[in-house]
Design a protein around this ligand. Structure first.
Ligand SMILES: N[C@@H](CCC(=O)N[C@@H](CS)C(=O)NCC(=O)O)C(=O)O
Length: 340
């Protein structure tokens, strides 16, 4: 809550402060005394966050939760994953039910400025696309006038869909669901002609159809969907830790530090790498964690590139190319400020 909003009587002020307590308490202390990080995630999104049959979670968002737990608790396994639908996720963070949200959530201005929340960065640059039944004979999104579209509630997807059709002077009928499984089932059972979601999901969803060859992903990407972790506003220390956990993953990749070579890299003469790994300086402790926090990250989940390839890239069934998610010096736009 912003101070300017607190122009209220004293009694109400005290009540507001009490209500806001979970949101403004030092999250780092809460997490440490609990001995567990509570991470809000997607329940079933291949590549981003999903449990396997043994209840082991994996995905690029899950790796972020693990990295943060490694930084704060020294143990990547000390995470409680709280599955949330698109509609539930931001409220769960506001009320203090979770310490951090890592659930394929698009960084938008209204979410960043109007809800008492702060995005810490971008762990996956995405964009919205469409999947259609081939029987429709459609090759471009501009041919979708009059289509019925399956979409998930509480998402930017729903809003962009409306904008896109209005901008192109086309009509559509939306068929709205609460989860992506329901949305796919709707598409599969002919409730709609088209399914729309973040592009990264479309290929995975298509592969779950009884006959994937009967559907295609259209070429248009109609929006920017920078997905990233979110924390509550008003706890700057926690925000910094959450943000520099992500930046460390990117800087580790840029420096060529991997889960395999990190012990060798600790002996490097390169001053950039010495600072990043906490061999020199006190960058971690100034933030409230140990100086070797990036070493803990890379040992737990690898650098950003290792995590990307294992979860959504070539080492995964999704086989998504790095594209925009390559580092800035390798043709992409992923870029972290320096440790200095
Ligand atoms: N990035 C968008 C969309 C996020 C979203 O929830 N997408 C859906 C459609 S792919 C999803 O992840 N569903 C997964 C599920 O409910 O299991 C946003 O932040 O609003």
């Amino acid at each position: 809550m912003k101070a300017s909003h607190l122009v209220v009587g004293l009694g109400a002020l005290a009540a507001a402060a009490a209500a806001a307590a979970p949101a403004s308490a030092a999250t780092l202390d809460t997490v440490k005394s609990r001995g567990q990080l509570v991470c809000g995630v997607n329940n079933s999104l291949a590549g981003f966050s999903a449990p396997d049959e043994k209840g082991q979670w994996s995905g690029i968002d899950v790796d972020y939760c693990k990295a943060l737990a490694a930084v704060v608790l020294g143990d990547a396994s000390k995470v409680k994953y709280v599955p949330l639908t698109a509609k539930e996720r931001l409220t769960a963070l506001q009320t203090g039910e979770i310490d951090v949200l890592a659930r394929n959530t698009t960084w938008t201005m209204s979410r960043d400025t109007g809800l008492g929340l702060s995005f810490v960065g971008v762990n996956y640059y995405d964009g919205q696309g469409f999947m259609v039944k081939n029987a429709l004979g459609v090759k471009s999104a501009k041919e979708l006038n009059g289509a019925s579209v399956c979409v998930q509630a509480g998402t930017t997807t729903e809003l962009n869909l409306a904008d896109y059709f209005r901008t192109h002077g086309m009509k559509y009928q939306s068929v709205v669901f609460d989860t992506s499984d329901q949305t796919l089932a709707g598409f599969n059972s002919e409730r709609c002609d088209v399914l729309t979601s973040d592009q990264s999901q479309l290929y995975g969803l298509r592969s779950k159809l009884p006959d994937p060859s009967k559907a295609s992903v259209l070429p248009e990407v109609i929006s920017k969907e920078p997905l990233g972790p979110v924390v509550r506003q008003g706890d700057d220390q926690w925000f910094n830790i959450a943000r520099w956990t992500l930046f460390a993953m990117l800087n580790l990749e840029e420096a060529g530090v991997t889960s395999k070579n990190v012990d060798e890299m600790l002996k490097t003469a390169n001053p950039d790498i010495k600072r990043l790994l906490g061999v020199e300086g006190d960058f971690g402790s100034k933030m409230g964690v140990t100086n070797d926090f990036a070493v803990k990250i890379v040992k737990a989940v690898g650098n950003y590139g290792e995590s990307f390839e294992r979860t959504v890239g070539q080492g995964s069934p999704l086989k998504i190319a790095r594209g925009q998610n390559a580092l800035w010096n390798a043709g992409g736009i992923q870029y972290a400020p320096p440790v200095r």
